[in-house]
Design a protein around this ligand. Sequence first.
Ligand SMILES: [Zn+2]
Ligand SMILES: [Zn+2]
Length: 366
Amino acid sequence: MTSPAHDPAWVRGTMTAVAVTSPKSVETVEIPIPGPLAGHALVRVSYAGLCGTDLELLHGTASYVLDGRTRYPHVVGHEWSGTVVTAPGTGLAAGQRVVGQTMVPCGGCAHCRGGRRGLCPHMREVGLYGLQGAAAQYVRVPASSLVPVPDTVDARSAALVEPAVTVVEAFRRAGCLPTDRVAVVGTGTIGLLAVQLAAHLAQHVDAVGVDAPALELATGLGARRGLLPGQADPSAYSLVVEASGASAGFARALELVEPGGRVAAVGVTHEPVPQVDAARITLDGISVLGIRHGLDHYDETLGLFARGVLRAAPLIHAELPAAEARQAFRTLETGRGARPKILLSFDAADAADAADAREAEEAHVR
Ligand SMILES: [Zn+2]
Ligand SMILES: [Zn+2]
């Protein structure tokens, strides 16, 4: 077995990365390529997706920043895909296309050994806290946190697997049935993935949101109707997925669910939710499920993309090279339009065929 330290395939030198260097400041920087480490792989990154959490890291409002787990400069990138360069002694082959799990649990504590590794108290998360992010030409991650990507899933779709695993967890926890009437509140990446999965699993799904063009996009992805908040009937849904991350969205979800129904809370709001009617939760027997993440659903989620149940292309607003990271964050914050996802590309070859792939996909959507 090659010792990682003497692995000639492990690329040395410096690389381009995207870092939040101080609150409100994001830059493309040149940093050392992480060195060899036992049990780890060096991965050449194809795409890193940006989401609301990256904006919170930029503004210094993320819980990881507030409690000191994340310090600047901080290389972002927790939704990503790439290709293994080398992974000595791990069983992963060079050239293997992979998606990286964000959460890296310790593997040794009672939670990890008891089948609840998503709750590991020693957790580190790639690009969030404890581990360098994947918005870089290369990322070094434990081989056990990499999941092989089948040939039928392209690198852009693979970068959306991370948000999608949480959606899969939501429908699993809620025990979604074909007879369910589903409402999805929120039309961001999570919401639009939830609409697609709900349309596959249940007879009826409505999208509820505040953005008319995004609601229209939701109907193109399988929602029967796209409804503004005042248009959705109270107590009309057996399963409501809260994907807005707004306190008003959480209150709305509780209003829309029927007696005996379930609310799967995926969006995170740090605001108080003053409108909660706790008596209604009790007396109407409503289940409110907190959906933390879907660490155990990466393979299943890749399968959903492979079968076309989940589609990434209609969700992608723009792909920008790493050098335009500042513009990417600006677009994420102010000008996305209906499509919620911004990708940073780190591999020129991927970016070139992405344009062709997108044209093909758009022809398929229409
Ligand atoms: Zn994210
Ligand atoms: Zn653990």
